[in-house]
Design a binder for this molecule. Structure first.
Ligand code: NAD
Length: 329
């Protein structure tokens, strides 16, 4: 069978596909006009984020069986068009959660221990900064999680186990039985209490109309003056102008932002000039291990379908009712 890669994926995943006897065709670039002619003979597509699988591309592939996303979202797949054409769409929800969790812990520790500031001081011949006791311990402090899904739960578990931190969580969409399951791990509170009582606040909600600017002036004013805010979810969940004001006026202690309202940020953005801000380029999930895991998992979903097995993580399960898929084991 022919497996089309609009963009390259890790060699471990390609080897897995070739060892199963399939032909892997990598597009020279992911532009729709480049990928379109390759779709004619495609049985499967393994999809990163560089191209959208539109109805036009899907319908150009009469034999297409599966679109296998390396990541968790489907923003770049016309799932309706796939379903209309009896094409299975799969994803990799949760495959990057542990990598994002580690990134949160790295940011939290880095800000609590003031690593960027101390590093700059040593390089600038200011060794005596050590006597200012700028670092803070996390032990027995409180972490507040806005959003208690896959990543939030991992961060909570690590913070409790390693630093003996108290965990507060705000997630109004969790069912009571799920909250009961986590009663030993987290105290469920509203956003106001979370902001008032947390030493570190980490954001793990999707970007929705309800979560846009979920943390703004009113929330920063509730926080402790040393509070650290970490965002690895989506930039617009935090009102960045309000965050800059809160940091400038010492309303809060620091911020770690893997995501920003504009990516990459404007070179004139005040965020870039604030010492109390730690910035990374939306890279929390882009560890070497995680991208390999995303590619090999996407290859496995593809191999499952091509071998006549029902794949994991189907995004459009209604498609499995089609006559075409009745043979799947
Ligand atoms: P998830 O779906 O498992 O959990 C999200 C949680 O947020 C759910 O429990 C949901 O009930 C809760 N929620 C929704 N609206 C809320 C609200 N208004 N207030 C409080 N809670 C609310 O998602 P996840 O896998 O934990 O990922 C969380 C976020 O991290 C997502 O936005 C995702 O896009 C982002 N993410 C970023 C990276 C990165 O590289 N930085 C990588 C993976 C995921």
């Amino acid at each position: 069978m022919n497996i089309i890669l609009p963009q390259t994926i890790e060699s471990e995943a390609v080897e897995r596909l070739e060892e199963a006897g399939h032909t892997v065709v990598t597009a020279p670039d992911p532009k729709p006009e480049t990928v379109l002619p390759l779709m004619k003979n495609a049985h499967a597509v393994i999809l990163r984020t560089g191209i959208t699988m539109t109805r036009k591309l899907i319908e150009a592939a009469a034999d297409l069986k599966i679109i296998s996303r390396t990541g968790g979202g489907f923003d770049n797949v016309d799932v309706k068009a796939a379903t209309d054409n009896e094409v299975i769409v799969t994803s990799n929800l949760g495959v990057n959660s542990i990598s994002v969790c580690e990134h949160v812990l790295a940011m939290m520790l880095s800000l609590a221990k003031q690593l960027p500031l101390l590093d700059r001081a040593v390089r600038n011949d200011n060794y005596s900064i050590r006597y200012q006791n700028l670092s803070r311990d996390l032990n027995t402090k409180t972490i507040g999680l806005l959003g208690f899904g896959r990543i939030g739960v991992l961060v909570a578990t690590a913070c409790q186990a390693v630093f003996n931190m108290k965990v507060l969580a705000c997630d109004p969409y969790l069912a009571d039985e799920v909250k009961a399951q986590y009663a030993e791990l987290a105290h469920f509170v509203d956003k106001e209490q979370l902001c008032r009582e947390s030493d570190v606040i980490s954001v793990h909600v999707p970007l929705t109309e309800q979560t846009r600017h979920a943390l703004s002036t009113a929330e920063f004013e509730l926080m402790k003056s040393g509070a650290i805010v970490i965002n690895t979810s989506r930039g617009p969940v935090i009102d960045e102008e309000a965050l800059v004001e809160a940091l400038r006026n010492n309303v809060i202690g620091g911020a770690g932002l893997d995501v920003q309202s504009q990516e990459p940020p404007d070179p004139e953005s005040p965020l870039l000039k604030l010492d109390k801000v730690l910035l990374t380029p939306h890279s929390a999930a882009l560890t070497n291990e995680c991208v390999t895991r995303m590619a090999t998992e996407a290859a496995d979903r593809t191999l499952e379908v091509l071998a006549g097995k029902k794949p994991l993580n189907v995004a459009n399960p209604e498609v499995l009712a089609a006559q075409r898929w009745q043979h799947l084991a």
